[in-house]
Design a protein around this ligand. Structure first.
Ligand code: NAI
Ligand code: MG
Length: 335
């Protein structure tokens, strides 16, 4: 039976990089059927809703979505659609690989190959318990860490290590200061780690982690951490390997998973056909792993690396003169 996935073309450069990505997936013969659904500004214009029920229904039915960036209109009444999707489907694991690629503007053209596993549903981002005093002088925020939330994200990281043949998990925390919240996370993480004696465990305080990542990123393999720390660290890691044009991310829950580029809708270059499609393509590679097609995922990554290596049709952000589609065709010719 053909697997159907939900395809969200999104806003700004979204449709351009999605066309390029689907072109390469066709060349790879992944055998997927696509069900298009709208979200973002385009959905607001067409259906009067940033996140229509039909889109939620499609993702629930198919269980897998490939999503281009969405523009959240600035102004009151619009909360982030991406956050809404994570909440709606309880997408608790945000999985962001960072790998050195050739011919990118990176301080680490080789040696970095790590994955950040960020808890995506609790911590400082629960949106509850925020208050500001009447005089506007004092603001408060509640953080929530649960045993269940910590257990499932740490378990996800260790299972990912086993599945991908990685050797080490670094548990990143601040339990020395945030004794209750980060303390509970670390306690549960240690309990889970003990059940994976085949994987090396390392514990590191978050501020030191940032320094270590910048000085010696090659020491990291899988990093697992809470929501706020993971948000910051995963962007830091994207910066280590050449920035937004090459950074994919997966949001994974029990019943649904959404694969995307980390970058936004890039209104400054939208419609010009020069957006780099690699981040969404690498998100598609994560999706193929998730769908049980790891050889296709590996072929896709290898084709991207070979194209970067050959400096064939690279987009302007990578110093080339290619277009989104000529770059995609160069990649497709190597899959
Ligand atoms: P952005 O990531 O869209 O752009 C930042 C800079 O990076 C721009 O100069 C852009 O041209 C460049 N850039 C981004 N992706 C690129 C690509 N594939 N190829 C070449 N250059 C690329 O971030 P910004 O400007 O802060 O946000 C624009 C819009 O995107 C906002 O409406 C924001 O809400 C939305 N956004 C959506 C996200 C999502 O749906 N996952 C994530 C981040 C932002
Ligand atoms: Mg972020």
């Amino acid at each position: 039976m053909t697997q159907t996935i939900t395809v969200i073309r999104g806003d700004g450069i979204g449709p351009e990089i999605m066309d390029a990505t689907l072109y390469v997936l066709d060349a790879l013969k992944v055998g997927l059927a696509y069900e298009e659904a709208d979200a973002g500004l385009v959905a607001l214009e067409k259906h009067g809703d940033l996140l229509p029920q039909a889109t939620l229904d499609s993702i629930r039915k198919n269980g897998v979505a490939l999503k281009s960036p969405l523009t959240t209109p600035v102004g009151e009444g619009f909360s982030s659609i991406n956050v809404a999707l994570r909440r709606h489907f309880d997408l608790y694991a945000n999985v962001r690989p960072a790998k050195s690629f050739p011919n990118t503007k990176s301080r680490f053209p080789s040696g970095v190959d790590l994955i950040t596993v960020r808890e995506n549903t609790e911590g400082a981002y629960i949106g509850e318990g925020q208050s500001i005093s009447e005089d506007g002088e004092t603001a408060l925020l509640t953080q929530k860490i649960t045993r269940k939330g910590s257990d499932r994200i740490v378990r996800y990281a260790y299972d990912l290590a086993r599945k991908t043949g990685r050797k080490k998990v670094t548990i990143v925390h601040k339990a020395n200061i945030l004794k209750t919240t980060s303390g509970l996370f670390l306690k549960v993480a240690r309990e889970v780690a003990a059940q994976y004696p085949d994987i090396q465990t390392n514990e590191m305080i978050v501020d030191n982690t940032c320094m270590q990542l910048v000085m010696r990123p090659e020491q990291f393999d899988i990093i697992v951490t809470t929501n706020l720390f993971g948000d910051i660290i995963s962007d830091l890691c994207a910066g280590l390997v050449g920035g937004l044009g090459l950074a994919p991310g997966a949001n994974i829950g029990v019943d649904a998973a959404i694969f995307e580029a980390v970058h936004g809708s890039a209104p400054d270059i939208a419609g010009k056909g020069v957006a780099n499609p690699c981040a969404l393509l690498l998100g598609a590679a994560q999706m193929l792993d998730h769908l049980g097609q790891p050889e296709k995922a590996e072929r896709l990554r290898a084709a991207i690396i070979a194209t970067l290596d050959a400096k064939d049709s690279l987009t302007p952000d990578l110093g080339g003169e290619g277009t989104t589609m000529s770059f995609a065709k160069a990649i497709a010719s190597r899959v």
